[in-house]
Design a protein. Sequence first.
Length: 262
Amino acid sequence: MVHVRLQPDTLDEENRKFEQTRLPQPVFLNSVPKSGSHLLRNIMRMFVPVEDQYQTQFIQFGNLKQHAGAFDDHRKMLSWGHLLFSDASAIEAAPTRKIVLVRDPYTWVLARARFFLSDEFGDNSVLVKNGELTVDTLINLMIFGIHGKAMSMRELFTFNAVAWMGTDCTILKYEDLVQAVKTLDSSEAEEYFMSVFEAAGLAKVPDDWRERVRIGSDRKQSGTARENLTEGGITIPDELTAQQRTLVDFAAPGLREILGYA
């Protein structure tokens, strides 16, 4: 499991300014790490009583047994994490409505590299903070993984997203979520968020849903937003080169297609 250090947000206080309704059943927000996990989580936190939010831990396979109570059908909680697909995961999460957030692997590689270099990532990133690696080498490590230290892109996407497809999960794209936030007053954004709320099983969508989304999506509230990370001395580009895109396709053939990006 990855341990990170993030600044606390004020969403609990913001949440209590609105009337809240309990969920009809538990909801679990799953995602590939660095795919907008905090953006979706923070938005949904504005629609669930604070007391019904499982904030103890990001749920992952390594801590599943300790935190499986978050999925209890009687507790009706909102929880989140990066949960690998397995028999144990499917069984424990069975009572929940499940939403899985994914991201285009081409931009995911860059987001992972930025986070890997940040102080918030923790001691696991020391090996790339000493200035001895080039940017291109780091990006290749994000694609192919670091033996014994970090999973490959293919493994992360396979077990955090693709293996959940075809089950009782709703798959969301990070890019669609960002676009809906940017155009929040549009009819397209309304249609998008109504589908998200339906997937989460909200008993009733409040009339002030746009204001709640605005607060939850405020990048100042997200410790993992790009501008809120304390990056090391390496600058990560905004786009992959043509060769790096080819490497992504080689490392995980068919991945962008099955996710709907090709």
